[in-house]
Design a binder for this molecule. Structure first.
Ligand code: MTE
Ligand code: MO
Length: 417
């Protein structure tokens, strides 16, 4: 998993050996200041005066103000995208988590919010926050991805010149803490005919989805905390449904109602927006899992290489809605040859996994690709393969290989490979 062996082995040795010796002067630090200078002149400015005040709830450095979510408004929906090109670890800062809301962010007073569980149960429940916070909780690190993430790459006939966040930032990864749904469902007591659960949010968009009961009992969570703090309003404060690895829209935010039923409700959005037309005209619906996918974050769209040749570390993120990432292959020649990237631990189930590969750029135009494979052997298609499966206007569940073209002048652009 971590070697440069396998099909890309030979290529990896040729292109990379020279680059591995980072300490050997490939990336050079500035020379140290001379000992002749007076001591005061050698100290950083910040050591010469008292520091500033701190704040009760920390914020990013003012110098990082450019690191922001990008926003798009498509047919009334707001889509806020994570600037993945700035993310280095596997956890997305809560303030940069992507967000899709069909009808704005509701202002919900937790003291008045209740979760109702009714339908095919023995004993309907009404649970307020104070009570829910006393249940045993679990914590899990998982990605969350909108079914429509990367829609521009699916739909646009030519590759749009945008940043990674703009192109594919409707995915983020957090530690989610909450109450397993099975505790609540079992407390209510399920009738024999119970097969589905319709989950509804307390926002004005009547966002609701039907989910198979069996999967909810196994994996469902009422999430209350994200990265150690209570959910942010944009992520569904004070509670949301969380289904690891499943398309974003089933993760009902501002959750207030769960109705147990014997059949799906075919709600507005699940009969329209969240179905997908296949190439042969048939319709795919209840396609819950997000498939295996990866993106190179460094370098990526609209970045400029600081030097037009030399050592670089290619870095990126991979994830799969079916399980763990098993390998990521990287190509720097448009897919002719591949090398296995190094996977950085922890490699978690249905979570972002970080990968890197050292690269010695020869300064000529280079097409960079990454292709992830999960523990079940699922792997990413090329764009053409993905397009052949679906109707021309379909865009959900796009997981084709993302390619970047590094131009000889150092500019990096989106590319269809
Ligand atoms: N109540 C409610 N839940 C919702 C939505 C919504 O508009 N209302 N949007 C859904 C969609 S389309 C996605 S992709 C995810 C996004 O979750 P996030 O905003 O926390 O990233 O929330 C889902 N849950
Ligand atoms: Mo979504």
């Amino acid at each position: 998993m971590q070697s440069h062996g396998g099909p890309g082995g030979l290529w990896a040795r040729r292109a990379f050996l020279g680059a591995l010796a980072v300490g050997g002067g490939v990336v050079q630090a500035q020379p140290a200041p001379s000992a002749q200078e007076p001591l005061a002149a050698r100290l950083p400015q910040s050591m010469a005066r008292p520091g500033g005040a701190d704040v009760p709830y920390g914020q990013p450095s003012a110098y990082e103000a450019a690191v922001q979510r990008s926003v798009s408004h498509v047919s009334g929906f707001a889509g806020w995208r994570t600037p993945l090109q700035h993310q280095r670890g596997i956890i997305t800062p809560s303030g940069l988590h992507f967000a899709v809301h069909h009808n704005g962010v509701p202002d919900i007073d937790p003291a008045r919010h209740e979760l109702r569980l009714h339908g095919l149960v023995d004993k309907p429940l009404r649970v307020d926050l104070a009570r829910l916070l006393r249940y045993p909780m679990v914590s899990r690190v998982h990605f969350l991805e909108c079914a429509g993430n990367s829609a521009a790459n699916a739909l646009s006939p030519t590759a749009l010149d945008q940043t990674l966040g703009e192109l594919a930032g409707e995915v983020s990864c957090s530690e989610w803490t909450g109450v397993p749904l099975s505790y609540l469902l079992n407390e209510a007591g399920l009738k024999d005919r119970a097969r589905w659960v319709v989950a509804e949010g307390a926002d004005g968009g009547s966002h609701s989805r039907s989910l198979p009961l069996k999967a909810l009992l196994e994996h469902g969570m009422v999430a209350l905390y994200q990265n150690g703090e209570r959910l942010r309003p944009s992520q569904g404060y004070p509670m949301r449904l969380f289904m690891p690895g499943w398309e974003g829209n089933v993760n009902i935010k501002w959750l207030h109602r769960l109705e147990v039923s014997d059949a799906p409700a075919y709600t507005k959005d699940e009969s329209g927006l969240y179905t997908q037309v296949l190439a042969d005209g048939r319709i795919e619906r209840f396609a819950f899992h997000m498939d295996v996918k990866s993106v190179i974050t460094h370098p990526s769209g609209q970045q400029t290489m600081p030097e037009t040749q030399g050592f670089y570390e290619i870095a990126g993120l991979a994830w799969s809605g079916y399980g763990r990432i098993a390998r990521v292959d990287v190509s720097v020649d448009g897919g002719r040859t591949w090398a296995a990237a190094h996977l950085h631990g922890p490699v978690l189930d249905r979570a972002f996994t970080r990968f890197t590969l050292p690269w010695k750029w020869n300064g000529r135009r280079a097409d960079l690709l990454s292709r992830a494979t999960d523990e079940h052997g699922r792997t990413q298609p090329l764009r053409g393969e993905w397009k052949r499966r679906y109707a021309l206007h379909s865009f959900n569940h796009y997981n084709a290989v993302q390619a970047w073209r590094v131009q000889a002048d150092g500019r990096v652009e989106n590319l269809y490979a």
